[in-house]
Ligand binder design. Structure first.
Ligand SMILES: *Cc1c(COP(=O)(O)O)cnc(C)c1O
Length: 309
């Protein structure tokens, strides 16, 4: 059985478990865990930024970055199909006190410049503080945002005194697939979060990355949210292995996803838009009128148990 529901099911490798066992540890609450410090330096360097902060999850990394960008009463612009709005809305509603304006996510994962401009002109003082974008865009099928687009929206929001946050949960998938380095992809972003715990296979953790001052604020938000940790080197050690050994092999995930999508697209009654299968995500629709969502899953389960017998 190959687990295809999500790359979050990946298990730590033998190298990761060994790295945990020998990692030098300290109290990260005091900023004294040498393994955490090493990972944070490594993550910042990989992305060409000044600083990074280890976070317990991508959800907290996004939330802390968005809170750090948004003074009280300000507005955040996010896509209506973004991971942030669809899956991470509890933190927003419960802790952040940020006003969110959803914009229509286009099928290629972008937001139109005219929609962004309209929100800037409509928002009341103190106005729009941050624009959130996602690359690759999860719910659009793992599609990679064009570099020129990121550059354009960054230029626009910066010209209005706002900031750009890039949710790069699978940033390294975009980098490996496009052949464009991660630092180049995030060059215009003021803050970035990426997940160690997805295709990179570390068991826990995400990195918030950005300028020194911003990451200082992110650390305060992390503390507010209860995200400060102690001997977090046990999380950072597999994270270091993830960055050192697991990035290049993401291309295997991409070719496997491609192979799966091409095979599924040949099955009558299943529809796959192969154009969106750019990274490790396959989104398909069951169009066979005999199946609804639930009966398709049940039929697949019956086939699977038969294959096991
Ligand atoms: C998984 C994911 C997150 C959240 O990361 P967690 O570690 O699961 O909290 C945020 N954004 C995107 C695009 C993701 O895929």
């Amino acid at each position: 059985m190959i687990e295809l529901r999500s790359d979050t099911f990946t298990l730590p490798t033998a190298e990761m478990l060994a790295a945990i066992a020998r990692a030098p540890l300290g109290d990260d609450g005091y900023g004294e865990d040498p393994t955490v410090i090493r990972l944070e330096k490594m993550a910042a360097a990989r992305l060409g930024k000044d600083a990074a902060c280890l976070m317990p999850s991508g959800t907290m990394a996004n939330l802390a970055c968005m809170m750090a960008h948004c003074p009280a009463g300000s507005t955040a612009l996010v896509g209506d199909q973004s991971d942030f709005l669809i899956y991470e809305d509890k933190g927003l509603a419960g802790c952040a006190g940020i006003t969110v304006r959803p914009l229509a996510t286009q099928p290629d994962g972008t937001l139109t410049l005219s929609d962004i401009e309209r929100q800037f002109s409509q928002a009341k003082a103190p106005g729009v503080a941050v624009l959130y974008i996602e690359n690759p865009h999860s719910l659009c099928g793992g599609v990679i945002l064009p570099g020129e687009y990121i550059h354009q929206v960054a230029e626009f929001v910066h010209s209005r005194g706002a900031r750009l946050h890039l949710d790069g949960a699978r940033l390294f998938n975009a980098a490996v697939k496009s052949g464009i380095g991660p630092a180049e992809i995030v060059r215009d972003a003021d803050s970035i979060q990426f997940c160690l715990s997805k295709g990179l296979a570390a068991p826990v953790g995400s990195m918030a990355v950005g300028g020194e001052e911003l990451i200082g604020k992110v650390r305060v938000k992390r503390e507010m949210l209860g995200g400060n940790m102690r001997q977090a080197g046990v999380i950072a050690a597999p994270g270091i292995v993830a960055l050192e050994l697991m990035v290049e092999r993401l291309k295997d995930d991409h070719s496997n996803a491609r192979r799966l999508a091409e095979g599924m697209s040949r099955i009558p009654g299943i529809e796959v838009d192969l154009g969106t299968v750019q990274t490790n995500t396959v989104v398909f629709r069951v169009t066979d009128p005999r199946f609804g969502c639930q009966s398709f899953i049940e039929a697949a389960r019956r086939l699977h148990s038969k294959a096991l017998m």
